[in-house]
Design a protein around this ligand. Structure first.
Ligand code: SF4
Ligand code: SF4
Ligand code: SF4
Length: 372
C-alpha cells in the first residue's frame, strides 16, 4: 500500500493525460493528488477507491510508466483487511460469485488421462451455454481427454480487495487441479485469463482464442455484411497475442472489421470493471457514453461476456463465440443470449449435460468455502 502511494506521489508529474480520459480522475484529481490526500482514517478516502473501474487505461497512457490502478486496488485491499469496507452496495456481485463457487453450480469433470480442462467462466456459461458446449466439442478434437471445470475464478472478490477470501478460494481450486495432474487450463473469459495468469503458477493458462486461431479455424469467403468493430476487454489491454488472435478469427470467418479510436492497449472499459457501477454508476456509465461516440452504429464484437452484456446498451453487441459458431445469426441480429434469472437455470442445465456427457475418472462439486 505505502509503496504504491509513494510511487504515485513521487513519480506522477501531473501531466493530466490519464485525467483527460477518465471520469473518476476528473472527479478526484491526478493520481499524485489522490495519493497525497489519502488518509487511512477517512471514510471518504476508503470509499473513493471503489469508484475506480480498475481498467488500467491510466497505466497504459502514463508517460512515466507508473501504475495508478494498482494503487486503487491496494486501497481497496486496505479497506477490506481493516474491516472498514462496506460491501452492501456490491451484494449482487458477491452473490453472483458465491453461486458460481457453490456445490449447486460448480462441477469438475476430469476424464481418465486428462491433463487439460476448459474453464468457460460463469458469465459465458450462463448467457451462452450452447456456445460452451460447442467450444468444448471443438476443443476435444485437439485435446481428446479434455475435462471441464464449471466454477468461478473469484475475480469479483479479488477486485473488491477481499484478498484473504480470494486467495483461499483460488488456492483450493488450484490445489485440486494440480493434485489431479491437470497442467493446462483453457479459458474463454479475459478476466479468468488474467486471474490464472497472475496466480495460477502451478498451471499453464491458455486462452481459447489463440488456440482456435492457430489450430482450428479455416479462412472462409468474405460475407456480404457491413464491417463490425471490436471491443477489447480492458482486462486484456496488454494481451497483444489474444487481441491478434481475435482479429484473425473475425477475418477468417469472412467478416470485415474497423477499429474504434480506443482499441487494444488503449481500449475503454465497458462500464463493468471493478464493480464501480454499484457505487458510482455515473462514473462507470461514462465509459459506455465514450464508447457510444466511437461505435458509429457498427455491430460490436467482443470476447468478454461481461462486455457483451454492458455494451448491449450502446448498440448491437455479440460475443466472438456467437460469431464463430453462428455468423449468420449474429449478422442478422438474431444471436440468442439469456438474461438473468435464466442464466442461472442455464448453468444448472449445462452442468447436468456435462455430468452425463463423458465418463469421468474424477469429478466433484465444490463444497469448500473460505472464512469471509
Ligand atoms: S477508472 Fe481506469 S483509468 Fe480511471 S483511475 Fe481507475 S484504472 Fe485508471
Ligand atoms: S499520466 Fe501518469 S504522470 Fe500523467 S497525471 Fe496520469 S499518472 Fe500522473
Ligand atoms: S471473471 Fe470470469 S469466471 Fe469470474 S465472475 Fe467474471 S466471468 Fe465469471
Amino acid at each position: 500500500m505505502d509503496a504504491s502511494l509513494l510511487e504515485q506521489s513521487e513519480k506522477c508529474i501531473e501531466c493530466g493525460i490519464c485525467v483527460k480520459q477518465c471520469a473518476f480522475l476528473k472527479k478526484y484529481g491526478t493520481p499524485k493528488k489522490i495519493a497525497d490526500n489519502w488518509q487511512v482514517h477517512d471514510e471518504a478516502s476508503l470509499k473513493m477507491a471503489y469508484a475506480c473501474s480498475l481498467c488500467s487505461l491510466c497505466t497504459a497512457v502514463c508517460p512515466v510508466k507508473i501504475d495508478p490502478r494498482q494503487m486503487f486496488l491496494e486501497m481497496r485491499r486496505y479497506a477490506a483487511a481493516s474491516g472498514r469496507a462496506d460491501f452492501s452496495a456490491q451484494a449482487l456481485l458477491m452473490n453472483f460469485e458465491k453461486r458460481g463457487t457453490s456445490r449447486r453450480f460448480s462441477f469438475y469433470g476430469l476424464p481418465v488421462g486428462c491433463d487439460t480442462v476448459l474453464f468457460p467462466g460463469c458469465a459465458l456459461a450462463g448467457t451462452r451455454p450452447q456456445r460452451v458446449m460447442q467450444l468444448f466439442d471443438h476443443l476435444q478434437g485437439f485435446f481428446p481427454n479434455l475435462g471441464i471445470v464449471l466454477d468461478c475464478c473469484t475475480k469479483p472478490s479479488h477486485d473488491l480487495g477481499r484478498s484473504a477470501y480470494f486467495h483461499g478460494m483460488f488456492a483450493e481450486m488450484q490445489q485440486y487441479l494440480a493434485g489431479h495432474n491437470i497442467k493446462n487450463i483453457l479459458v474463454a473469459c479475459p478476466s479468468c485469463y488474467a486471474v490464472f495468469s497472475q496466480y495460477g503458477k502451478r498451471l499453464t493458462v491458455r486462452n481459447v482464442y489463440e488456440i482456435l486461431a492457430r489450430e482450428f479455424w479455416q479462412s472462409e469467403p468474405q460475407l456480404p455484411a457491413a464491417p463490425v468493430t471490436i471491443q477489447d476487454s480492458c482486462v486484456a489491454r496488454f494481451e497483444k497475442s489474444m487481441q491478434d488472435s481475435v482479429r484473425k478469427l473475425i477475418q477468417a470467418r469472412g467478416v470485415a472489421f474497423e477499429e474504434m479510436k480506443h482499441h487494444r492497449k488503449k481500449t475503454l472499459c465497458c462500464g463493468e470493471g471493478g464493480g464501480a457501477y454499484f457505487v458510482a454508476p455515473e462514473l462507470a456509465g461514462n465509459w459506455a457514453e465514450m464508447r457510444k461516440s466511437e461505435v458509429a452504429g457498427k455491430r460490436i464484437i467482443t470476447y468478454c461476456a461481461g462486455c457483451a452484456h454492458f455494451l448491449g446498451k450502446v448498440g448491437p453487441t455479440a460475443h466472438l463465440l456467437d460469431l464463430l459458431f453462428d455468423p449468420a445469426a449474429v449478422l442478422a441480429g438474431r444471436a440468442k443470449v439469456a438474461k438473468s434469472p435464466f442464466t442461472y437455470l442455464n448453468r444448472l442445465l449445462l452442468k447436468w449435460k456435462f455430468k452425463r456427457k463423458i465418463e469421468y475418472g474424477f469429478s466433484r462439486e465444490r463444497i469448500f468455502t473460505c472464512e469471509e
